[in-house]
Ligand binder design. Structure first.
Ligand SMILES: NC(=O)c1ccc[n+]([C@@H]2O[C@H](COP(=O)([O-])OP(=O)(O)OC[C@H]3O[C@@H](n4cnc5c(N)ncnc54)[C@H](O)[C@@H]3O)[C@@H](O)[C@H]2O)c1
Length: 327
């Protein structure tokens, strides 16, 4: 099984590195001659100046699209038309309509479509997802997450909601276990125009859970945290360190009537997960999905769901009103 990487920018370079480590790198397409020259010493795979040339390689079964968001639809459709399985970097496409077109084409061709929502392959998210699913700590009531960074000069076709907020949108949708019904957001462009560089997003889910997401490109350091309020515990997730901290408490009998001190004992359990690069998990899942003819962990429908919520957040921020989903 060989995979091609289309686009050798910041993310494509990492995809190519991981694919090569896995022994599945079958080719790279990148229009920049400079990047192709730099890559020659790092990658032992044929280099192509155009995606069309890579798509003609018969030994390449699937491709990873790591190009700017505005190019995803045209390139994904071309790859599927050439009978290649496709892993599209997030967001699946720039618009909901384009995302639906990609999903329809993958279905028509019977090919695997995966979306690079990388956090879903983070061991700490896997841990949280199985704890929520098993109801080990009761029901999930609320998710509050923060994804803050400094301005990434190279992203020029979307704002921070579609670029990084979409990770938390997707993660919240997956954990909530029911469909989003309402989205409200505030956003603005402080430093980078015309796209938003800071946003607060609230999502209500059919099952009753709520997600509250802060994302921006204005913070000097990189923050990637989430807090889950469950009926029987609190769980903090550190996406970078891959650590989950679970806190539980036992109310005690009050010694004397005292409104100021709440008699409680706390218990913190820190779970440091076995570290694994999320991108490696993502590519292994893509390969296994192709080989086993099963859906990828994050398939087209989930990529579309996250995109729909992200666009609802943009609309809400524009109109000042909540956006409700009818179904
Ligand atoms: N999952 C993550 O954590 C993560 C992180 C960063 C970026 N991304 C995503 O990866 C994608 C690329 O982002 P980036 O930061 O690497 O951008 P980038 O600008 O650094 O790289 C994009 C590359 O694509 C190339 N390209 C453009 N059109 C092409 C074509 N037709 N054929 C082949 N190559 C083409 C460009 O020359 C450039 O080298 C975006 O969708 C972005 O959202 C995901």
């Amino acid at each position: 099984m060989k995979l091609g990487v289309i686009g050798l920018g910041a993310m494509g370079w990492n995809h190519a590195r991981v694919a090569q480590d896995m022994g599945v790198l079958g080719g790279i397409a990148e229009p920049s001659e400079d990047l192709r020259r730099k890559a020659k010493s790092s990658y032992r795979a044929p280099m192509h100046a155009t995606h069309d040339s890579l798509l003609r390689e018969s030994n390449v079964s699937g491709v990873i699209l790591a190009t700017p968001t505005s190019t995803h639809a045209a390139l994904a459709l071309a790859a599927l038309e050439a009978d290649k399985h496709v892993l599209v970097e997030k967001p699946l496409a720039a618009t909901v309509e384009d995302a639906q077109r990609i999903i329809d084409k993958a279905k028509e061709k019977g090919l695997t479509l995966a979306v690079g929502q990388i956090e879903r392959h983070n061991p700490v998210v896997g841990f949280a997802a199985s704890a929520v699913k098993s109801r080990k700590y009761g029901d999930l009531l609320a998710i509050s997450s923060r994804r803050l960074s400094s301005f990434p000069g190279r992203i020029r076709d979307v704002g921070c909601i579609l670029d990084i907020g979409i990770h938390d949108i997707d993660f919240a949708c997956a954990l909530a276990g029911s469909e989003p019904t309402v989205v409200f957001a505030r956003a603005g462009s402080h430093r980078s125009k015309p796209y938003e560089d800071h946003a607060f997003i609230q999502i209500g889910f059919r099952g009753g859970a709520t997600a509250s997401i802060e994302t921006n490109w204005l913070t000097p350091m990189r923050v990637r945290h989430a807090n889950l309020t469950l009926t029987e515990a609190n769980m903090e997730l550190d996406f970078v360190e891959q650590v989950a901290t679970i806190s539980t408490s036992q109310p005690l009998e009050p010694l004397a009537p005292d409104l100021a001190t709440i008699p409680t004992e706390y218990n913190h359990q820190v779970v440091t997960l076995r570290r694994k690069e999320p991108l490696r998990n993502e590519l292994e899942d893509f390969v296994a999905a192709i080989q086993d003819k099963r859906p990828a962990l994050v398939d087209g429908a989930q990529g579309l769901r996250a995109l729909r919520v992200a666009h609802a957040a943009l609309e809400s921020a524009r109109t000042g009103k909540a956006v409700e989903f009818s179904s």
